[in-house]
Design a protein around this ligand. Sequence first.
Ligand SMILES: Cc1ncc(COP(=O)(O)O)c(C=O)c1O
Length: 476
Amino acid sequence: MLDLMEAPGSALEPATAFVAPESANLWTGIELALDNGHGVVFVTDAQGQLLGQVTLDAMRAAIRKGAHLGDNRLADLVQVASHNVVSPVLGADGRVVGIRRRPEAAGLPVAEPDLSHAELRGLLDAFLSTWISSAGDHLRSFEQRFAARSGMAHGVATSNGTVSLHLAMAALGIGPGDEVIVPDLTFAACANTVMHLGARPVLVDIDPDTWCLSVDAMAKVLTPRTRAIMVVHLFGRPAPMTEISAFARAHGLFVIEDCAEAHGARYDGRPIGSFSDIASYSFFANKIITTGEGGICLTNNPDLAVRLRMLRDHGMRPERKYWFEEAGFNYRMTNLQAAIGCAQLDRMDGFLAQREAVDARYAAAFAGIPGLRRMPPMSDRCEPVVWFSSVLVPRGKRQPLIETARQRGIDLRPFVNSLSLMPAYRHYARNCPVSAEVSATGLHLPTTPKVDDRLAGVIADVFRDVLAADAAGSGA
Ligand SMILES: Cc1ncc(COP(=O)(O)O)c(C=O)c1O
């Protein structure tokens, strides 16, 4: 058996998802390369012998030069098969008998969107329908289906997860003089949108167990001006929503749930997002499902749904063209984005399972590494999802780890910064020690289906090399 690139130890896997005959056209090649997730197709002749490979990049270049998706054959684009994470394995007669994955992590990003032939076909359908702006079948379907999946009655899709937070608070009437409780450890958009409304973000430290807001911490910052709580389900981890909802009701506060990083998580058996006046999601390319850019507001309140739609569409009354009740925004999602979103929604359970499997591989591979901690376990009432697999490391070791990983072609990402420690929020800064500590010690790991046992091992070795060397040096 001839192995084009030696990949000692990697198991032989079936090649079906990677092989196309030379007679196949460009469209078939594109679908295959998308679906196998590696952007490459191995082309064989009539006898099944390998002719070479065609990458998605080569197919894109051909299209740009005017190649025809139906008429142009893959055989015309064949190059020597090389430098892939996946390589074909040949029998003695030159036929492709399987594939192997190379152990190297070269070019492994921390996140990448998983786009299949289904997203491509949806997008093409939306394009061909000519409904490419903010109306169309895909948009209606995405709004309805995403809301239903989250246990909510109404979905109002937006251009991204930042404007959906802004829209949610605008619809609730939050403005100058109001205070909105925001966790200190979150993406900047949470505080920025409060500030853009002329309101004041009240930064509250995160709970050491959940890494989200807690009722105890919020109770200490309540004032007569407090109008709303923006709960963020950080890194896939659900906040204690039953308690937070009761607290909000008792104090007459609105609840906005930011579910950008936790699609599919649950608390007390209910989907997150279903506990609030308005829930906001992001569908940026690094999220669990993506529409490229995109977001959505969900609500059970029909009046709020009407108001969200109106403000999203410039403040125009839906039944009276060019009649503006208030100065609104153009925060609409396009039918093209929604078409991608519908296909992603169909695949969401698969994505969640894949992410969990990757996380389990890391848990096994990282066992026993000195100085490394995983995220704190959550109570039985929480059903978190894996957005990124993440770990905590000693402060001084985070940068050396990032650099060592980069030298080995692996992308590691530090956590977002504590809002209180950044110049943009100096007027709102508070002492948030848990947020500061988690922020300074956290690292997100590559969380894509490409992380198999071997790659998890390669990545664990980076941590072992940097952290164990330190432990040995310090006599620990
Ligand atoms: C918690 C949180 N809120 C809001 C956003 C903003 O979403 P978008 O990037 O779609 O504007 C993000 C992320 O990107 C996020 O992680």
